[in-house]
Ligand binder design. Structure first.
Ligand SMILES: Nc1ncnc2c1ncn2[C@@H]1O[C@H](COP(=O)(O)OP(=O)(O)OP(=O)(O)O)[C@@H](O)[C@H]1O
Length: 381
């Protein structure tokens, strides 16, 4: 039944998209028209929407806007990263990689480009075809479709530098750093992303997006560990009469300093949720860190919800429902801090670490570090 619903939704949205493309007038001047562009399509994105999005929207719009491009269709996980690395290591590297996908393949493209050696100089863009599409929701507005995203990309006067999160394993120097533009998480968010991106993919986008939060809430699992983070600027509320709804940041100065490094503050678990967002939109109509900005001078928003006896399943459900509008950050059980860098010491090795829905290894040395690099990637949106 869910496959039938997905197929009907896909057919309806294809008709709508084709009609929009047919009625569209290309912009007179387009930055991207003068660039060497490669489109990487994940045919498997969402409920297998990548090819339709490319054929119905991307190809006709790029052709009509005079944008010549190469196209690569992935055949397996990891291929987008290898392709992007190859593109970046060409004698004349491409100028822009356009990922027709969700957040996961965009993460692969970013890491491939860095592995290939162009750093953040090859611009990236995303056209949404996935399930969550948090990056696309941030760049083009919540629920934007492929047509709206491409209109915006084709009208952009050039790429914009945005901050990048870099994940490293300080005790394991042999591990290559991983980079991400969107979302790092552990505990409940990571459990959610792990089931939706892996074991529950067969359920299809509609069902897995509806069931995964309920699964995580039913589990209500607490994770032992410690976080040390560097608070980052602008921590004072704008005026003495501040209301938490308007300015949800917690006071990092009230936390104890780290015994290892006085510039870091310490949060002790157990945690129900722990995430660092570089973008406000988490995908699937959620705003986990509503005040996060893609270009914030090397700062991201750390969201923490500790696992306490008061955090009942009913309370977890309430917080989850509030996340649609980002209202959870005004609740006393939730703390948000701006940070430039953090060290996470998960204890017991349990759970998952995720960057944009991509599974990262748990640290063997007991610690992972996340740094936010200012203006380190060009993005077209
Ligand atoms: N051809 C393919 N077959 C199977 N998996 C693929 C293929 N191409 C890419 N992948 C993998 O699919 C995963 C998810 O892709 P993507 O992010 O594009 O879609 P999504 O998961 O539906 O969307 P979102 O991440 O926004 O929820 C990525 O981890 C990527 O490695």
């Amino acid at each position: 039944a869910h496959r039938l619903i997905d197929a009907i939704a896909c057919a309806v949205s294809r008709r709508r998209l084709r009609a929009k493309v047919a009625a569209w007038t290309p912009p007179g001047v387009s930055w991207i028209a003068r660039q060497r562009v490669v489109v990487i399509v994940n045919p498997n994105a969402g409920a297998g929407w990548g090819d339709c999005v490319y054929e119905d929207v991307v190809r006709p719009m790029l052709r009509r806007a005079g944008v010549e491009h190469e196209v690569v269709r992935t055949t397996c996980a990891g291929m987008a990263e290898r392709e992007a690395a190859e593109l970046a290591s060409r004698k004349v590297p491409v100028d822009c990689v356009l990922s027709v996908s969700g957040d996961g393949q965009l993460h692969e493209c970013l890491n491939g480009l860095r592995g290939g050696g162009t750093g953040g100089r090859t611009a990236l863009a995303v056209v949404p075809a996935g399930t969550g599409n948090g990056m696309s929701d941030t760049c083009f507005g919540r629920g934007s479709d492929a047509f709206e995203a491409l209109c915006s990309i084709l009208c952009a006067s050039g790429p914009t530098p945005v901050d990048v999160m870099r994940l490293t394993y300080p005790d394991e120097p042999a591990r290559t750093p991983r980079h991400d533009l969107h979302f790092f998480c552990w505990a409940a968010f990571a459990d959610h992303d792990y089931v939706t991106e892996n074991g529950w993919r067969w359920l299809g986008p509609l069902l897995k997006v509806a069931l995964a939060p309920l699964y995580v809430i039913a589990q209500r699992r607490g994770y032992a560990g410690t976080v040390e983070f560097e608070p980052a600027g602008a921590l004072e509320p704008p005026d003495p009469e501040w209301k938490r709804e308007a300015y949800p940041y917690s006071d990092a100065a009230a936390l104890p300093p780290s015994p290892h490094d006085a510039s870091l503050r310490v949060l002790e678990g157990p945690f129900w949720c722990l995430a660092v967002g570089n973008c406000p939109e988490g995908g699937s109509a959620t705003l986990p860190v509503p005040r996060a900005r893609m270009a914030d001078g090397g700062r991201a928003d750390l969201l923490v919800c500790r696992h306490t006896p008061r955090l009942t399943r009913w309370r977890c459900l309430q917080l989850f429902l509030m996340m649609e509008k980002g209202e959870h950050v005004a609740q006393p059980d939730v703390a948000v801090y701006k940070t430039r860098r953090l060290r996470l010491y998960p204890r017991g090795g349990a759970g998952h670490l995720q960057l944009s829905g991509q599974e990262m290894p748990m640290p063997r040395g007991g610690v992972v570090q996340l740094d936010v690099l200012p203006d380190d990637q060009l993005l077209v949106f």
